[in-house]
Design a protein around this ligand. Sequence first.
Ligand code: SF4
Ligand code: SF4
Length: 62
Amino acid sequence: MPRPIIDEEECSGCGVCVDACPSDVIELVGDVAEPVNDEDCTGCESCLEECPMGAITEIEED
Ligand code: SF4
Ligand code: SF4
């Protein structure tokens, strides 16, 4: 199963990835994006491509 790997140190909490994800996988928890619905990730890479901080480093495949 794919899931986004988010670097908390680089995340600005802008929320772009939350809006970019068509599967509602990512939410802001405090000021940091977290994958809260990993099981719904399709691996589309929209979040990775749209993050302005480069904080989503990869889509990991288990
Ligand atoms: S788009 Fe990037 S910087 Fe913005 S909340 Fe998501 S992971 Fe953080
Ligand atoms: S890879 Fe696609 S489905 Fe998975 S978290 Fe990112 S935008 Fe959402």
